[in-house]
Design a protein around this ligand. Structure first.
Ligand SMILES: Cc1ncc(COP(=O)(O)O)c(C=O)c1O
Length: 380
């Protein structure tokens, strides 16, 4: 029977405890969430600085809802240019391109970069095994040889680079890993890249805004990847993404990136929100300090218990439970104590590493963190 596999795939997901469901959120902030009339302390938000819910709409320079067309027809408005210019000047790049999501930016850039305009392409893309699905999908969709290296393992990456005969080589990593919270050794990767004449692409989705005194993520460590991806849905607290690179790369994307060419340009009101949020993020040094204080406090508290989260210095503090059943049970117990934490299961994370993905934000109080750690110790 046609499409019979839909039923069997759903049944298999259910049987393995891997079925995903949406929940309706009635109200949320970086640190609170209301679901089915119940209030919870929210430890599942990527709104690290607490910027998502307090925008003043009268500060927007443009409130047009729609761009009416793709960017290459008539959809590229002055507000888009302003946002790109601001990102370029802050991050030190020649040019930028806006996308409606980080997923679209990542997949399409990798696909376009490795879609040969000539018949032969001697290229290889080297990806950390824990890279985000959008990066892996983009790498698999392009025509470059797809090579994965063990997570943050420079020796493995070096040996992979030494073996390749490709002319064009790109190393792709996340700045802060979304499900592990640890940071890529970008300085060392950048040295390796240079010594093998490879380019570097960094997805700074979880670093931008949250990492570095000014919140500039990878750039603040003195590294300038050839391609940098910034998403607006995490610390910027809105939606969309930007790809930053030199003029040639951005110009190439404008010619060959199908997700950029054949889509309606980012809504002008969202570009305006993003510009406003970018300015707020850059000025949010107090929130960044508070975020760091909260991360340090969580780590300090946890160090006095028998809990052992994946080592991470960032806002993402994952606690591995192994099986999906165990992590769902832990999540349920936390819920009963008024705490909301994301339970992340395969295939988002590798088999037997289902985890609670705890995210700390600047809006949490020490009492919130006390409650979480006590509940975790009590056996959630
Ligand atoms: C590392 C990473 N890159 C890219 C994305 C996709 O970004 P967006 O949510 O804007 O599509 C995410 C979000 O889940 C992410 O965690």
């Amino acid at each position: 029977m046609s499409f019979e596999y839909i039923q069997s795939a759903l049944a298999a997901r259910h049987a393995e405890g891997l079925l995903r469901k949406r929940i309706v959120v009635e109200k949320a902030s970086a640190s609170r969430i209301q679901i089915a009339d119940q209030q919870y302390i929210n430890f599942a938000s990527n709104d690290y600085l607490g910027l998502a819910d307090s925008l003043e709409f009268n500060t927007l320079v443009c409130t047009e809802a729609g761009s009416r067309s793709s960017a290459l027809v008539t959809g590229y408005l002055d507000i888009h240019r302003q946002l790109e210019d601001k990102l370029c000047s802050v991050l030190g790049y020649d040019a930028a391109l806006l996308f409606p999501s980080g997923f679209a930016a990542n997949t399409s850039v990798l696909k376009a970069l490795f879609t040969p305009q000539e018949k032969q392409l001697s290229a290889a893309v080297f990806q950390d095994k824990l890279n985000h699905a959008s990066l892996l999908d983009g790498g698999l969709a392009g025509c470059a040889k797809f090579v994965r290296f063990n997570h943050n393992n420079l020796t493995h990456l070096r040996s992979r680079l030494e073996k390749t005969k490709a002319d064009s080589k790109l190393i792709v990593t996340e700045g802060v890993f979304s499900m592990d919270g640890d940071q890529a050794p970008v300085s060392e990767i950048s040295v390796l890249a240079k010594s093998h004449s490879a380019w570097l692409m960094v997805d700074d989705a979880h670093a931008f805004g949250a990492v570095g005194a000014q919140g500039l993520g990878t750039i603040e460590s003195g590294i300038k990847p050839e391609i940098l991806v910034i998403t607006f849905g995490k610390a910027m607290g809105c939606q969309g993404a930007a790809v930053l690179a030199n003029h040639d790369v951005i110009n190439y994307m404008m010619q060959f990136n199908r997700e950029f060419i054949y889509t309606t340009a980012l809504s002008p009101i969202m570009a305006s929100v993003a510009l406003c949020q970018l300015n707020r993020l850059l000025a949010a040094s107090e929130a960044r300090h508070k975020l760091q204080v909260n991360i340090d406090y969580f780590k300090w508290l946890v160090a006095q218990t028998n809990l052992s989260p994946i080592p991470s210095d960032t806002a993402i503090q994952p606690l591995v439970y192994g099986s999906s059943e165990n992590v769902l049970a832990a999540q349920h117990k936390l819920k009963e104590k008024g705490l909301w934490v994301g339970a992340i299961r395969p295939p988002t994370v590798p088999q037997n590493t289902a985890r609670l993905r705890i995210t700390i934000t600047a809006q949490h109080s020490h009492e919130d963190i006390d409650k979480l750690v006590s509940a975790l110790v009590e056996g959630a």
